[in-house]
Design a protein around this ligand. Structure first.
Ligand code: HSE
Length: 437
């Protein structure tokens, strides 16, 4: 059968990895797909660099990405340029030209996925995005197809390798956030502008996609609660360990009676959970289905070949399915497009979880009684507590409390009142705690 022709938008780390994997495993991939998958063309930013790297290869290199999406010989466009403006225009153009699209671009899908999928649906083409979430882990396939018997209850994932590396180093070496961030940048794990990673935005993009396919809801990135790790101290990591918990940046989406929780924040999880032991740049996603129970997916969330593994799997899927009637393909968001649900995303104030609270108090009679009275008035029940001995010559002590599950708005009020006590110095540190049981 005649080969399927692929055009790449971007030939950097992932594009290069995709070429390498397609070449190395060509025979296996053809046996799986039923026909050869050939990269015919690639759009790059730096022509001379690409020509040097890919000299002698049978790939047309251009600096004009429109040449790829307009080329009638190209069957599948692989979008690897990132960003949202140009990528969106090119993807929509490719779709309008009747091409299937494979993309690794989580920001693009989280923000413009509804429009892109509607355009693809109208045109009868596929937009595949396995590489957009957790790199090489086939989590889209697992949730969208492997778990399709289940009513998904919740998803909780370590879906950003940069922040997981930073948290691991802070705990292992007792270092401060800024020190480890600089190290992560030196090693090339963190971008020179690390904002999207460390402030949880990258994880929120991925979580938005996971929530959409887990619950059959539209992409609603603007409603995701996003809190990163830049304010986390090594002391909090240490105290959490003393209490039997590890702090991870988790993306959590959960279906509850009133709607859907969609939140990214540093989270205490029991050290004994498998996912608490996912270290360094590795990613892992826990999915709880009503029939299957909890399932855990682990692997590399970034890097040339792990991400290429997902891109090429999508290329194989599209190659197998492109002659099928669109209604016989797996729907983009796992559920039929006319069966998406309008369940609301809950505001953070309505989220129910447990809490870690750390405060600095003067070591005087009655201080604890004042704090516990405030918590009791807000119907917040204490699960565990430690008070550290004051450092030599210090009058203030750290008090750390874990609460039972309660509602976020009550905790907000309690924190305000505690911070108003004359015996409390500075702000209360609040972290959320999930048992993931
Ligand atoms: N910047 C991401 C991470 C990888 O650190 O996990 C690409 O999604």
């Amino acid at each position: 059968m005649k080969p399927i022709n692929v055009g790449l938008l971007g030939l950097g780390t992932v594009g290069g990895g995709t070429l390498t994997v397609l070449r190395r495993n060509q025979a296996e991939i053809t046996r799986r797909a039923g026909r050869a998958i050939l990269v015919k063309m690639a759009a790059v930013r730096d022509l001379s660099k690409a020509q040097q790297l890919y000299a002698g290869e049978d790939i047309k290199i251009t600096t004009n990405p429109l040449e790829v999406v307009e080329n009638p010989e190209i069957d599948i466009v692989v979008e690897l340029i990132g960003g949202t403006d140009q990528a969106k225009a090119l993807v929509l153009k490719a779709i309008a030209n009747g091409k299937h699209v494979v993309t690794a671009n989580k920001a693009l899908l989280a923000m413009h996925g509804n429009e892109i999928f509607a355009a693809a649906q109208a045109k009868g083409v596929m937009v595949a995005f396995e590489a957009a979430v957790a790199g090489g882990i086939p989590i889209i396939k697992a949730v969208r197809e492997g778990l399709s018997a289940n009513r998904i209850e919740w998803v909780a994932g370590i879906i950003n390798g940069t922040t997981n590396f930073i948290l691991t180093e802070m705990r292992d070496k007792g270092l401060a956030f800024d020190t480890v961030l600089a190290e992560a940048q030196r090693l090339g794990y963190a971008e020179s502008d690390p904002t999207f990673d460390i402030e949880g935005v990258d994880a929120a993009h991925k979580l938005t996609i996971l929530a959409a396919i887990a619950f059959g809801i539209p992409m609603q990135f603007d409603k995701a609660y996003t809190e990163g790790i830049s304010n986390l101290t090594k002391e909090d990591i240490q105290y959490a360990e003393e209490l039997g918990y590890r702090i991870k940046l988790l993306g959590i989406t959960k279906r509850v009676a009133q709607g859907i929780e969609l939140r990214v924040h540093p989270t205490l999880i029991p050290t004994k959970r498998l996912i608490a032991n996912v270290e360094g740049v590795m990613n892992a996603v826990l999915v709880k289905g009503d029939a299957v129970g909890a399932t855990l997916y682990y692997g590399r969330g970034a890097g040339a070949e792990p991400t290429a593994s997902a891109v090429v799997a999508d290329l194989v899927d599209v190659t197998r399915m492109h002659t099928a009637d669109p209604e016989h393909r797996v729907p983009h968001l796992a559920f039929q497009p006319d069966a998406l649900s309008d369940e609301p995303i809950l505001p953070m104030s309505e989220v129910r979880t447990a809490y870690y609270l750390r405060m600095r108090a003067f070591d005087k009679p009655g201080v604890l009684a004042d704090i516990t009275r405030i918590l009791a008035d807000m119907e917040i029940s204490i699960d565990a507590m430690i008070q550290k001995e004051p450092d030599e010559g210090q009058e203030q002590v750290d008090i750390i409390m874990l609460t039972h599950v309660t509602v976020e708005k009550n905790v907000n009020q309690a924190i305000n009142k505690i911070e108003g006590l004359s015996t409390i110095s500075g702000k209360v540190t609040r972290l959320r705690l999930e048992t993931l049981g």
